[in-house]
Write a protein that binds this ligand. Structure first.
Ligand SMILES: Cc1cc2nc3c(=O)[nH]c(=O)nc-3n(C[C@H](O)[C@H](O)[C@H](O)COP(=O)(O)OP(=O)(O)OC[C@H]3O[C@@H](n4cnc5c(N)ncnc54)[C@H](O)[C@@H]3O)c2cc1C
Length: 429
């Protein structure tokens, strides 16, 4: 079904595709093997169309990538799966990812080796009750903040998802203030937490995306798959026949019905889908830096996200992925993996963050940490201006998808991939 369709011979449809066909025609060509491209290919393939995915690199997954270093799975930038993402459940069986969840809540670092644990009382009543005494003395949390958090959750979960996307013109920060949260709670909790999600220092991201993401946290958990985030695109790719992929092949330009490869070859299709990040100069990107350490003794003792609530320093969040998922280390590896996330692009952050880490956990603890890798990712998330995603369509251009054509998240990329494929399928009838 996925072999190239020779217009003159119907019986070639089920044959193994020839590599690099000189003249061939496909029902749908997808450019880019990130999750948006994979989802577009899944939908077109499920509709019985012949599909070709062209990817310029040697690997599937685009911005979702995992490198194995000294027995640890290091995601290229800290990422999580939100199990409630509606589009994810359409793209794969969640159980195939062997997900393990973070504790719902966070530890907030307030300086000088002081951490305040905040747990979701609905998910972890015993933990929440156990830390109640400490929570009551949290310097940045008022009774009103607790009430507002419960009300926010109720307001968002009790309405349909579409209500999240109402464009009220507010930024996330304006919305949090309008909801009545105190400035100290915004600064110590919401700021580092949401900066980690949006990679946006000012929380200028439209409140609609915040409401959607908050809903996802409320309805599901943040989780990691066995073997790193790359398991996700690999699992999606496993639902497609291997013959659909053409790797290490860049596309130079594309129209609605053809692609010109960098090799000079032209391939034809009834419909072309462009699932590559925008290369437009107008696209503004948010960056992040992630630093990994192997540690003999974990600085924390549970699968929780630690937030920098001080408002100072380079570190935004920290976690120990091996607490979340044991399959973030190879069998026989005894150390824990520490992941430290920074906002923005920092080519040489080690000296600065290691002195911050000493303030977090003490000199003695941090001295023995073994640096593994620093990932600097300038193009992590495209800046999103708001409004519910609308796919642009222009005459004689490919159908566009990807998180840049929807909203910056895995769910947005998957949604736009499926929408693009459905748009392509409509050209067949
Ligand atoms: C560090 C980081 C953290 C993140 N955290 C989260 C998170 O916690 N939760 C969440 O929901 N989302 C998160 N995201 C966002 C999510 O990963 C992305 O939204 C999603 O992966 C984008 O997928 P995509 O298919 O749209 O684009 P991409 O993944 O960029 O895929 C595009 C593909 O096109 C290929 N390509 C480009 N040009 C060409 C060409 N000319 N010819 C052929 N192929 C080409 C590229 O090589 C790439 O494989 C994070 C992203 C990053 C980077």
């Amino acid at each position: 079904m996925c072999a190239p369709v020779n217009e003159n011979s119907a019986d070639t449809v089920n044959q193994t595709p020839a590599l690099y066909p000189v003249q061939s025609r496909w029902d749908v060509i997808v450019v880019g093997a990130g999750v948006a491209g994979l989802r577009a290919a899944q939908v077109a393939y499920a509709a019985g169309k012949s599909v070709l995915i062209i990817e310029t690199t040697e690997r599937i997954g685009g911005r979702i990538a995992t490198d194995w270093v000294e027995g640890f799975a290091l995601d290229r930038g800290f990422q999580v799966v939100l199990t409630a993402y509606p589009e994810l459940k359409k793209a794969l069986h969640l159980e195939d990812l062997q997900l393990k969840s973070f504790v719902s809540g966070a530890w907030v670092f307030t300086g000088n080796q002081t951490f305040y644990p905040l747990y979701d009382p609905l998910r972890h009543p015993i933990k929440a009750f156990g830390s109640l005494f400490k929570s009551l003395s949290v310097p940045f949390l008022t009774a009103k903040d607790i009430v507002q958090t419960i009300r926010l959750r109720w307001d968002i979960v009790s309405k349909p998802e579409s209500a999240c996307w109402n464009n009220d013109g507010l930024s996330t920060l304006e919305y949090l203030r309008q909801r009545g949260f105190s400035e100290p709670f915004i600064a110590a909790f919401w700021m580092p937490f949401l900066r980690g999600v949006f990679l946006d220092a000012e929380l200028s991201t439209p409140a609609s995306l915040f409401r959607f993401i908050f809903r996802m946290f409320a309805l599901g958990t943040a989780a990691l798959p066995a073997g790193g985030m790359e398991t996700l695109p690999k699992t999606m790719a496993s639902t497609l026949p291997s013959g659909v992929f053409r790797m290490n092949m860049g596309v130079q330009s594309a129209t609605a019905t053809s692609v010109l490869l960098e090799s000079g070859e032209t391939l034809q299709a009834t419909s072309v889908i462009g699932a590559t990040p925008s290369t437009s100069e107008k696209t503004v990107w948010r960056g992040t830096t992630c630093v990994y350490y192997g540690v003999a003794v974990s600085p924390i003792n549970e699968a929780v996200l630690v937030l920098n609530g001080t408002g100072r320093g380079l570190i935004n969040t920290l976690c120990v992925p091996t607490w979340v998922h044991p399959a973030y280390r190879a069998q026989g590896t005894k150390e824990h993996l520490v992941s430290v996330s920074l906002l923005g692009v920092h080519p040489n952050p080690r000296q600065a963050i290691e002195s911050e880490l000493a303030n977090w956990f003490g000199n003695e603890a941090v001295d023995s940490w073994r640096w593994l890798k620093t990932d600097v990712i300038p193009h992590a998330l495209p800046v999103w201006c708001g409004a519910h995603p609308i796919l642009p369509t222009m005459k004689d251009t490919p159908i566009v998808c990807g998180d840049g054509a929807s909203y910056p998240s895995l769910n947005g990329a998957l949604f736009s991939g499926a929408s693009a494929a459905n748009q392509a399928l409509s050209t067949f009838y």
